[in-house]
Design a protein around this ligand. Structure first.
Ligand code: ATP
Ligand code: MG
Length: 503
């Protein structure tokens, strides 16, 4: 089939940054076209150019859609032609599914919203995306995966010709991701063209017909998915062969650093529900201990309840560091006790988006760069520069606001911030979500360095290969309890899953 979209020699600059230099992209009608590239390569920027977020005139090059020159002045213009950019979790939680889907696009008769018609159409759309919920259900009663499906239903309500998905499965569990990818294939069979951006190369291989790789704002290659290997994509992404995805690690466990005993946490809203039940665990110096589980198993809740009681109520149990009971009842006390928690949710808990990289880096350890309560800006810059180099945060300067960084580079700033507290116990919660393969390797290397230096690390991850590749031991969690423990030798995806389903 012919091309539905041609983007020719696209360039786009921001102050001090050439985000896109020379990108060309041709998408055949009816295809699922993947875009891959490292963090900061320019993928999201390209999609914003395509959808009119950055209007015609603010970029170089030419866009041809459906054989015609496209010069969008706003998102509205691109939507009118059926180009729909799917935004992750942009729904209004207090409204119903139907209200969300038709928000700004209401079914009305003589100025009055036609609810029966709205509900009927919503029902049909939900059938299409395979979501078994009533149109009148409030969005805040749905899980993340289900919300994602509502987002897609919303896209479909607008007569979509080209659906753009920018890391749609980043926040989804394995099974929700599968469902979403199946839906994409189903839409394809109905003639919908889509562009998907993802760092999960196995997903790319599963659904894509063609793959375009972007590096440093330029197109490197467009590859046919048939017979394509992940290694080949990685090579074009990073510009060299990557023989290993996980760095070598010598396993050596020392003294017990962290110990949790009889930890119980009540659910903050559901009064009689205990969210975490009778948990005990230890982490030794030099150990990386994983926590595996399905979404909703309570892993993040556990981490947050330990880290300054940021989640839960009626918390009981003890935390010991180096054998001594410590007070972790507030975040400040937890930090003082040597704990650090790198959160999965960088937008709400990790960073001040409107502040510079420099300020965010030192935020959790102000005393280290202050004298008499005043931040020494020279030292602040030095520290931020050091982490920029070691974590390879891609930015022209540490004076950039975090909001201007690409998603993966924001995640690296979160990590820098917590590394700078020089914790004894580092709890990492989905630390590589949205991070490209090359940068993942760098983060794994840092984890190894920490453990070599005798620190204790807890790794929460939904990516099983990551747990298997890094951990000395893995606790398997289900419904707020540990249901089993596996050593590195015993652990496998099958072993973990069978512990979960045995429950
Ligand atoms: N509004 C902006 N102001 C300044 N720089 C920006 C802005 N938006 C993006 N950039 C820069 O442009 C480059 C490309 O960013 P983009 O978000 O497109 O990357 P990406 O490929 O989507 O990365 P990721 O995989 O991390 O999401 C980055 O260096 C980023 O810091
Ligand atoms: Mg992006």
């Amino acid at each position: 089939m012919g091309a539905i979209l041609e983007m020719q020699r696209i360039g786009k600059s921001f102050p001090g940054v050439r985000a896109l230099d020379d990108v060309s992209l041709t998408v055949a009608e009816g295809d699922i076209h993947a875009i891959c590239g490292e963090n900061g390569a320019g993928k999201s920027t390209l999609m914003k150019v395509l959808s009119g977020v950055y209007p015609h005139g603010s970029y170089d090059g030419r866009i041809v859609f459906d054989g015609r020159d496209a010069r969008f002045r706003s998102i509205r213009d691109s939507e009118d032609l059926g180009i729909i950019i799917h935004q992750e979790l942009a729904l209004i939680p207090q409204l119903t599914i139907a209200e969300n889907i038709f928000l700004g696009n209401e079914r009305a008769r003589r100025g009055v919203i036609d609810w029966p018609d709205t509900f009927r159409q919503t029902r049909a759309l939900l059938d299409k995306v395979g979501l078994l919920k009533p149109p009148g259900a409030r969005v805040d009663t749905l899980g993340v995966g289900q919300q994602q499906l509502v987002e897609i239903a919303k896209a479909l309500s607008r007569n979509v010709r080209l659906l753009i998905l920018d890391e749609p499965t980043a926040a989804l569990s394995e099974s929700d991701s599968q469902a979403l990818l199946d839906l994409l294939l189903e839409l394809k069979s109905q003639g919908v063209t889509s562009i998907i951006i993802s760092h999960k190369l196995n997903e790319v291989r599963r659904v894509a017909d063609r793959v375009t790789v972007i590096r440093d704002g330029s197109t490197i290659s467009t590859l046919d998915a048939a017979g394509l290997t992940e290694d080949r994509i990685v090579r074009d992404m990073v510009g060299r062969d990557m023989a290993h995805r996980y760095p070598e690690r010598e396993r050596r466990a020392g003294e017990v650093v962290f110990e949790l005993r009889d930890w119980n946490v009540g659910h903050p809203e559901q009064r009689d529900r205990r969210a975490i039940r009778d948990l005990s665990m230890q982490v030794r110096a030099g150990e990386v201990v994983g926590i595996a589980g399905l979404m909703g198993a309570g892993r993040t809740e556990l981490a947050m309840s330990v880290f300054g009681r940021s989640w839960g109520r009626d918390i009981s149990g003890t935390v010991r560091m180096h054998g001594k009971v410590v007070d972790v009842s507030t975040v400040d006390r937890a930090i003082a006790a040597g704990l650090a928690y790198v959160t999965e949710d960088r937008k709400t808990l990790g960073l001040i988006l409107d502040e510079t990289i420099r300020r965010n880096t030192i935020l959790a350890n102000l005393p280290a760069v202050s004298a008499h309560g005043i931040v020494d800006e020279r030292r602040e810059t030095e520290v931020a520069e050091r982490y920029r180099r070691s974590l390879r945060i891609r930015t022209p300067s540490v004076f950039q606001k975090v909001v201007n960084l690409s998603g993966g580079n924001q995640q690296k700033v979160v990590l820098a911030k917590w590394l700078f507290t020089e914790p004894e116990l580092l709890i990492l919660d989905e630390p590589t979500r949205g991070i490209d393969v090359g940068a993942k390797y760098e983060i794994y290397t840092i984890i190894n360095e920490l453990s070599r230096a005798g620190k204790a690390v807890i790794l929460i991850s939904s990516e099983m290969p990551e747990l298997l590749g890094l951990c000395d031991r893995i606790h398997v969690m289900n419904e707020g309890r540990f249901v089993g423990e596996l050593s590195a030798d015993e652990a496998s995806q099958e072993a973990i899953m069978s512990l979960i389903v045995r429950e």
